[in-house]
Design a protein around this ligand. Structure first.
Ligand SMILES: [Zn+2]
Length: 177
């Protein structure tokens, strides 16, 4: 009998922190749903994304919990990327899947597209999902991938890959930590 309470407790506990999804847990921000299998992936993501000189953007944000901090940080970076591009798509919503390593990212890329790539992160426009390795993530890399998401939402017809890349690299250099 005792044991029957354990799963119930776990379900309630995880609902309190973040909702369960088929991929694991999720944390919703204004623009993104961050999906991760284990809590440590989210903590690492938070640790590796350092705002540096952009910290002032957080000054009016209230962060009580670590989850608040991650939400605020992500949204502040998204808005920074939009400001650099001067593009503010009204319906910006996408998913970010946190993975433990670049080999995980590459495994998913291979599964989706059937070709190998040495990416540490990529944005899949079809399902509006960004896959990133928390082992390799940095502010610049995140800003680069967010640029792909913003461009994808801004243009009805997506611009050529080269235009995507030039703009993503431009934003990346603007936000490099
Ligand atoms: Zn790119």
């Amino acid at each position: 009998m005792q044991l029957r309470w354990l799963p119930v407790f776990l379900v309630f506990f995880s609902l309190g922190v973040s909702a369960r999804s088929s991929f694991g847990f999720e944390l919703k921000t204004q623009y993104a749903t961050i999906i991760y299998e284990r809590e440590e992936l989210l903590r690492k993501f938070n640790k590796e994304i350092s705002l540096g000189s952009l910290s002032y953007l957080m000054r009016h944000k209230k962060s009580v919990t670590a989850d608040d901090e991650i939400r605020n940080k992500l949204d502040v970076i998204v808005e920074r990327v939009e400001a650099i591009l001067d593009m503010f798509p009204g319906d910006l919503k996408f998913r970010i899947v946190l993975l433990s390593s670049e080999s995980e990212v590459q495994r998913i890329y291979k599964m989706r597209y059937g070709t190998a790539a040495d990416y540490i992160a990529f944005y899949a426009p079809k399902d509006k999902t960004l896959y990133i390795s928390v082992d390799d993530i940095r502010l610049g890399v995140l800003a680069h991938e967010l640029t792909h998401a913003v461009l994808d939402h801004y243009f009805g017809v997506s611009p050529p890959v080269k235009v995507h890349e030039v703009l993503a690299q431009f934003v990346e250099t603007q936000l490099k930590d």
